[in-house]
Design a protein around this ligand. Structure first.
Ligand SMILES: [Zn+2]
Length: 518
């Protein structure tokens, strides 16, 4: 039995005799390369170390798995061991969670003896936010990163371009900073009333992007940008209409949905544009990965079918249909990405065998699950099935328990030879317009998700998780996090948010709320 409410649950835990007392005078001694772990702890302890007032040691040892650590509390002291900086950091995170819960007397924490030996189930533990549809800004993103680190998540997938806006400053393409970053209003239309604040403009400067990436790094979180192509590009095409098949003017979309706007696959100017743009964006990020989207391009395929340039290219290359043309397009985008030393990720609905095996498949839609399972033998795969991990879906459709019960084996993954790298939860922001709404969608589902990502299947029990979650809820209340109180699934409720995700732990209709105000 765990003495403390640790989430994610450590994979091995043993109670030891005795206790150890920690105070603000306790020294934190750590290996030079584990400084981030030491800093994380001292920031919490607000330490002013005094010799002889006890020590917490964070030591480097050889031969441990990446990200794994041991943590021992005994009357002799507290010692953490790891072989890499991430492992050491996670030891510090676990210890912080323990210290928060330890019995306190006169400003000192009395920690019970224990031995934890821990390592993650998945190496890739991702969380995605979408700032094309709604923009949150640096402060909100940093708070999300803090929460992620506390839950031992290690990848932020940052969706920065879509039909509703392009959100990274470009020094090469100035119209991206104005036209592509602006929509007439941010749509909650069809779900209440349109945004009343008028024009919606937002973007990150390159300096802000670097700042977020550097902040994430101190928390051992890698940031992967996504520039979604060839569909979901209305904002880019509003700025540069000559990159579309018809060359007609368009606008960054106010409303939500899937649109026909698509980059022309038969125009070399498009590939030149992507090369310059990716060349500018890639160096801002340290991750080796770069997400090139590729999803939901079917409406655009109809445009490709009527475009002379696209037709000529198809004939030249013997491509039978628009799907194959997209394969060609994604391959060329991948070649560009490779030139900048990155590995491309793309959504599963565009991937087939013709794709270079270096392209990572991100599985979200299950309509052809057999093909996805097959792809897992051919390339690295990240799992974010919408029915489990799309946290913009309503709680009544995707409750906490369902998230927790995700089982890769039952889903037909986890077979020997399959290259499953990990899982990711998504926060599409069509209907998420504030930090409060983002927190509502995220919590407590992301807490369950973190345990699915870290703790092996045989160590997970939902009832046991629920007990530990009670402590996490107290923690969230103290921090003012607007988490959802909805527990149960309601059958017949649609996934997509006809409801706005809102305050007070309940889902409510934006239109009803507005009506009440009027
Ligand atoms: Zn075309």
């Amino acid at each position: 039995m765990l003495k403390y409410n640790l989430i994610p649950k450590p994979n091995s835990y043993q109670a030891l005799d005795g206790t150890y007392t920690v105070s603000a005078a306790t020294e934190v001694l750590c290996a030079q390369e584990f400084l981030s772990a030491g800093n994380y702890l001292t920031a919490y302890l607000k330490t002013s170390p005094v010799k002889g007032e006890g020590t917490i040691k964070i030591r480097k040892v050889g031969g441990m798995q990446p990200e794994s650590y041991t943590l021992k509390v005994s009357p002799e002291g507290i010692t953490a061991e790891a072989s890499d900086a991430r492992g050491a950091f996670y030891a510090a995170v676990t210890l912080k969670m323990i210290l928060m819960q330890a019995q306190k007397t006169e400003g000192k924490a009395i920690v019970s003896g224990l031995l934890i030996k821990d390592c993650p189930h998945y190496g890739y533990r991702g969380l995605q936010i979408d700032e094309s549809r709604h923009f949150f800004g640096t402060d909100v993103v940093k708070r999300v990163l803090d929460q992620m680190a506390f839950l031992k998540l290690n990848i932020l997938h940052w969706h920065l371009s879509d039909d509703q806006g392009f959100r990274i400053e470009s020094k090469v393409f100035p119209e991206l900073n104005t036209i592509a970053a602006t929509r007439k209003y941010a749509g909650l239309k069809g779900n209440g009333l349109p945004y009343r604040g008028g024009e919606y403009f937002a973007l990150y400067t390159q300096e802000e992007i670097r700042d977020v990436v550097a902040y994430a790094k101190t928390l051992h979180i890698e940031v992967i940008p996504e520039i979604d192509i060839p569909g979901h590009t209305s904002a880019i095409l509003a700025a540069y209409p000559h990159l579309s098949c018809k060359g007609e003017p368009t606008e960054a979309k106010c409303e939500n949905g899937i649109f026909e706007e698509i980059l022309c696959a038969g125009n070399d100017a498009v590939y030149d544009f992507l090369e310059k743009l990716f060349g500018e964006i890639c160096p801002l990020f340290e991750s080796k990965y770069f997400h090139i989207g590729g999803d939901e391009a079917a409406k655009g395929h109809k445009i490709w079918d009527t475009c002379l340039k696209c037709q000529a290219l198809r004939q030249e290359n013997g491509l039978k249909n628009a799907k194959e043309l997209q394969g060609y397009f994604m391959s060329r985008a991948n070649e560009i990405i490779k030139k900048f030393g990155k590995t491309a990720i793309a959504w599963n609905d565009c991937i087939n065998d013709s794709f270079d095996e270096s392209i990572v498949c991100q599985y979200w839609i299950s309509h052809n699950l057999k093909a996805v399972r097959e792809q897992a033998y051919k390339r690295d795969l990240i799992m974010s099935p919408d029915r489990y991990f799309y946290f913009d879906y309503k709680y009544k459709f995707l409750p906490l328990k369902k998230v927790y019960k995700f089982n890769e084996v039952k889903a037909g993954f986890g077979k020997s030879g399959q290259r499953i790298r990990g899982i990711e939860c998504e926060h599409w922001a069509e209907w998420i317009d504030t930090e409060e709404a983002l927190q509502f969608a995220m919590f407590p589902r992301a807490v369950a998700f973190a345990e699915v990502a870290w703790t092996s299947l045989e160590n997970r029990r939902y009832k046991d998780f629920q007990k530990r979650l009670e402590w996490y809820k107290t923690y969230m209340r103290k921090r003012g996090i607007n988490y959802s109180r909805i527990e149960k699934r309601v059958f017949g409720v649609k996934a997509l948010p006809v409801y706005h995700l809102g305050k007070d732990g309940e889902e409510y209709r934006k239109s009803e709320a507005l009506k009440l105000k009027e």
